[in-house]
Design a protein around this ligand. Structure first.
Ligand code: TYD
Length: 134
């Protein structure tokens, strides 16, 4: 299974602008229970640094760009998010970090569950141990 999974979003663009469609259980492979977004980000203040035990997420850079690290404990890859038509899956038990936010970056996240701090693994050593990679 590849670490980086892109999802294509349907775009209906014309001279009036660009309309992008996001649908639960269609382009997004789960029922969306929560939406959050990051704005006013700093290029020198990275975020993330955690994995989720159960939560499924999809991230889309609606405006601007940033870099996202995906790390499954065996393989790590940085990807660039710079298009509002490209979404990336952040699956359970994948350590992720985000950095190099452009000034106009708007980072949207669609999540399969409501917020639950107990679902987070914020310690990288514990993440590696729970993956059985230690
Ligand atoms: P966190 O998920 O750690 O942010 P990031 O991965 O972008 O660095 O969340 C930052 C803070 O916001 C943390 O105190 C938890 C809170 N939070 C909520 O209350 N609800 C939410 O849905 C999310 C995503 C975070």
């Amino acid at each position: 299974m590849s670490l980086v999974k892109w999802l294509d979003l349907t775009q209906c663009g014309d001279e009036r602008g660009c309309l992008t469609v996001v649908e639960s259980m269609k382009s997004i492979p789960f029922e969306i229970k929560r939406v959050y977004y990051l704005t006013k980000l700093s290029s020198d203040l990275p975020r993330g640094f955690h994995a989720h035990k159960e939560l499924e997420q999809v991230a889309i850079c609606l405006s601007g760009s940033c870099k996202v690290l995906l790390d499954n404990g065996q393989e790590k890859q940085w990807v660039v998010l710079d298009s509002s038509s490209k979404a990336i899956r952040i699956e359970p038990m994948v350590w992720h970090e985000m950095k190099d936010f452009s000034r106009d970056c708007v980072f949207l996240v669609l999540a399969s569950e409501h917020y639950d701090e107990a679902d987070y693994i914020r310690d990288y050593k514990k993440f590696i141990q729970s993956k059985g990679c230690a």
